[in-house]
Design a protein around this ligand. Structure first.
Ligand code: AMP
Length: 434
């Protein structure tokens, strides 16, 4: 199927061509005709599948072809969980709407209010926003939603995970009831399903390839790590490999991101931290440095790195495993972008086997175990039984979508998985520092 078959406006086809897209992705093929027909949608599509264009293109098509009602408020509202994702969506709107003369703007937290207030006073076609700051403006009566035609909830599962459910429902309640609603989410079950029942009208469900297929271009490995010192030694080893052109390393906390980035800089790596304590300007500058290749290693937390779309990222490292299995999917999706292949390496500490079991269950396959000569783990991998006992006795996490639900079994490849030894010429084993 080509883009011509999707009956999109000619100005959009021109923009698609200038973006270099030759054929629609699966989610675009399925979602665009239904969205153009005016249907509400709930689509399960991960980042990296082309989901942004799957809602931006029909939204722009509608704006171009339908006359606007009187007023100056936005006709399309896209809600995203994070500022970075809002920026990515805004960039897609700019690129795909460049021949359409539509006005778009974004409202995100961590940036000054006055330019946003000024923007909301002028006529606007598309507004991309994070829920918290949007609610601020809405509560002050600064937004006119009377001519809103389309609501998009992007990465709805994350939005709910981050506690935005009340904000999202409050915003939706202020919108015209005859609007179209498009929901995109990694999962369509649980909270997402409940919220969609309240906010969507007879939605068409779209499920595209499973997670595993979406990440076919990403090779996944793991190393068993004894302790923090072992993790540092493994990271140092990997960053010493020429094949790592650019990397994102995920840590569990902002402090850990700062500390690891500082440590790597001291070792001579071009490294920077990216996390939610940094203001929007600093975050944008850091991402730009990465995009321009001035920075080789980005040490990031989950929220800050969400939505980052940089083609040069060859490797993702999980220095700490994420708090939810869905985050693992989002993390590794930072590599293997735009048709490239990528490598994701996870460091699994003694407390992490329960988290790993959840990840392997979600992805549907065991992650290949690897060792590095001279940096082998001191202990054998715990057997699945020990892992269950550890989870029963220990309290990792607790929330519904968090790890630690107990009773779960690794999807396979646990204790009996053959260890694949990395054969890397020229690697000299180093002493570990604690
Ligand atoms: P997304 O899933 O929206 O984050 O998109 C992932 C990447 O795919 C982005 O770099 C897009 O620019 C790119 N992309 C979107 N649609 C297409 C397409 N039809 N062909 C090639 N690349 C695309």
């Amino acid at each position: 199927m080509s883009f011509e078959h999707l009956n999109l406006d000619a100005s959009l086809l021109r923009a698609i061509e200038s973006c270099g897209y030759t054929a629609p992705t699966e989610i675009q093929n399925k979602a665009i005709p239904l969205a153009i027909a005016g249907r509400d949608l709930m689509a399960s599509a991960q980042t990296g599948t082309g989901k942004t264009a799957a809602f931006v293109l029909p939204a722009l098509h509608r704006l171009i072809n339908n006359p606007a009602k009187p007023g100056h408020g936005p006709r399309v509202l896209v809600l995203t969980p994070t500022r970075e994702l809002a920026t990515q969506v805004s960039e897609a709107i700019r690129d795909l709407g460049k021949f359409s003369r539509l006005r778009s703007g974004s409202i995100v937290g961590g940036t000054p209010y006055p330019p946003q207030i000024k923007m909301l006073r002028a006529p606007l076609d598309i507004l991309v926003a994070t829920p918290g700051r949007l609610i601020d403006h809405f509560s002050q009566g600064r937004i006119d939603f009377s001519r809103l035609e389309v609501l998009v909830l992007d990465e709805a599962d994350r939005m709910l995970d981050m506690g935005f459910v009340d904000d999202v429902e409050r915003i939706a309640a202020a919108l015209p009831t005859d609007r179209q609603s498009l929901l995109f989410s990694a999962t369509l079950e649980g909270e997402v399903r409940k919220v969609s029942q309240r906010l969507l009208k007879d939605p068409e469900r779209i499920q595209i390839n499973g997670v595993k297929d979406n990440h076919a271009s990403i090779t996944q490995h793991l190393h068993q790590a004894d302790d923090l010192g072992h993790k540092h030694a493994l990271i140092e080893h990997h960053l010493g490999q020429a094949e790592v052109s650019q990397a994102v390393i995920f840590t569990a906390t902002k402090r850990a991101a700062d500390e690891l980035s500082r440590r790597l800089r001291e070792q001579g790596h071009r490294s920077a931290a990216l996390h939610g304590d940094m203001n929007q300007g600093a975050r944008r500058r850091t991402v730009d440095q990465m995009r321009r290749g001035q920075c080789r290693v980005l040490v990031a937390t989950d929220v800050a790195a969400r939505g980052i779309d940089i083609k040069g990222i060859s490797h993702v490292f999980n220095f700490d495993l994420p708090m939810s299995a869905e985050d693992y999917i989002h993390r590794i999706g930072r590599t293997g972008r735009g048709g490239a292949s990528g490598i994701a390496v996870s460091l699994v500490g003694p407390q992490d086997w329960g988290k790993l079991a959840q990840i392997e269950r979600l992805t549907g396959s065991p992650i290949v175990r690897q060792t590095v000569d001279g940096l082998e783990p001191r202990r054998p991998e715990p057997k699945p039984f020990d892992q269950r006992a550890k989870r029963r006795n220990g309290p990792p996490g607790g929330g519904k979508r968090r790890f630690g639900g107990g009773g779960s079994k690794p999807a396979g490849g646990g204790a009996g998985n053959p260890q694949i030894r990395s054969k890397r010429d020229g690697f000299a084993p180093k002493r570990r520092s604690a």
